[in-house]
Design a protein around this ligand. Structure first.
Ligand SMILES: Cc1ncc(COP(=O)(O)O)c(C=O)c1O
Length: 385
């Protein structure tokens, strides 16, 4: 009888004395870092084996994406999303944030997005010399959604690009088809291009839900879309710097690659090697990861519901919880939780002060210890009021 392989998502890897951005922030302090979006799990065994094999070859010259790698990406897109992508639509990038900035520079006009949102959405337009227009997402009946009236009110004739985060960091929504269709109609009405950051697309946690690339909503959307994807979040290889854009429209693709020319370097050989093994050989690991993240998500939701002064809505996708901390009535909730030994991301950076983001992509022991520290600090805090 075949047994399914088991993977280790429980061991706590000591990342404290090395190169980890996440852990080095609190070097020498007893703070559990649940901030930047990388996970504390080892990458899939197939990815590690492929990297070891590649390293053993010894020669680390310039790399070009090879046919079997491209095949593994295209097969993944076809298998997961029934999305038929042509080889030439792929543009390899050393980082997805690079892609967001290149997209802003590829348009001649203002850029529209909705907050709260991953901070580079707010900085990229400014860094690119483009005006940023932003509207708040709407929180209604405990769930986040688009405020189409606010989008209509904010848009100007100079607006050329919508930046979409799908699934959304930090609010954890996997946008439904009807929401995507409404966004698509809005973009067509106003003749906008869309840069759809789908880096979290393989991290849908709700059972029965599937990611739907925005570009597959209709033919017109496919023509207007720059879709950004990467294996980095799902397979926990963000340090390898490998991502790609899918741009079906030839003219748009050549504008995009024109901006990159001479500035954006090629993807390194380890990033490409890891991508092939991630997309081509790591489905079992991925399925196991989703089970672990679902369990962690449920623990966070239950713990936060029991913590006085905190509130959050359901996380459909990503390993990030977006928590309203205004109820604890402290000037700086991040400093409050750091003092309690937990490092969270600051809501201000996402455009929404008073909120914090918690990364639950870590072994259960780390998560439980962090949630306990938070609960204890809030209990003490409550006692002092
Ligand atoms: C929505 C989103 N886009 C992009 C990135 C980062 O991409 P990269 O490291 O490839 O620049 C992140 C990382 O957290 C993210 O959440």
């Amino acid at each position: 009888m075949m047994t399914s392989p088991s993977f280790d998502f429980d061991s706590v890897i000591d990342r404290r004395h090395g190169d980890s951005l996440k852990w080095n922030k609190y070097a020498g302090r007893d703070v559990l870092p649940l901030w930047v979006a990388d996970m504390d799990f080892a990458a899939p065994p197939a990815v590690l084996a492929a990297l070891e094999k590649r390293l053993a070859q010894g020669c680390l010259g310039y790399a070009v994406p090879w046919p079997a790698l491209v095949d593994s990406v295209l097969a993944h897109l076809q298998r997961q999303y029934a999305w038929r992508v042509e080889r030439e639509w792929l543009v390899w990038l050393p980082g997805l944030v690079t892609g967001i900035n290149v997209a802003c520079r590829a348009v001649d006009g203002a850029v529209l997005t909705a907050t709260p949102v991953y901070p580079p959405f707010l900085s990229a337009p400014r860094l690119s010399g483009r005006q940023l227009l932003s509207v708040p997402l709407r929180l209604a009946n405990g769930g986040w959604g688009w405020d189409f009236a606010a989008l209509e009110a904010a848009i100007t004739p100079e607006t050329r690009l919508l930046l979409l985060c799908h699934p959304h960091n930090p609010v954890g929504r996997a946008w439904r088809d009807d929401e995507l269709a409404e966004l698509s109609a809005f973009c067509q009405r106003h003749d906008l291009l869309i840069c759809s950051d789908e880096i979290h697309c393989d991290l849908i946690l709700d059972e029965g839900r599937q990611h739907r690339p925005l570009a597959t909503i209709d033919g017109e959307m496919a023509r207007r879309c720059i879709t950004l994807m990467a294996p980095s979040k799902t397979y926990n290889i963000p340090g390898l710097g490998c991502s790609f854009a899918v741009i079906a429209d030839e003219a748009l693709r050549s504008r995009f690659t024109g901006v990159m020319r001479g500035i954006v370097p090629d993807v390194n050989v380890f990033g490409l090697t890891a991508a092939q093994a991630a997309y081509g050989e790591s489905d079992d690991w991925h399925a196991a990861l989703i089970g672990v993240l679902r369990g962690n998500r449920d623990r966070v939701e239950a713990a936060v519901a029991a913590m006085p002064g905190l509130a959050m809505s359901h996380v459909e996708a990503t390993y990030l919880a977006w928590i309203d901390a205004r109820g604890i009535k402290v000037a700086d909730p991040v400093a409050f939780f750091e003092a309690a030994g937990v490092g969270l991301s600051r809501g201000d950076d996402f455009g929404l002060p008073g909120w914090v983001r918690l990364n639950f992509g870590c072994p259960r022991a780390t998560l439980d210890a962090a949630l306990e520290r938070m609960a204890k600090a809030l209990a003490l805090h409550g006692g002092q009021v």
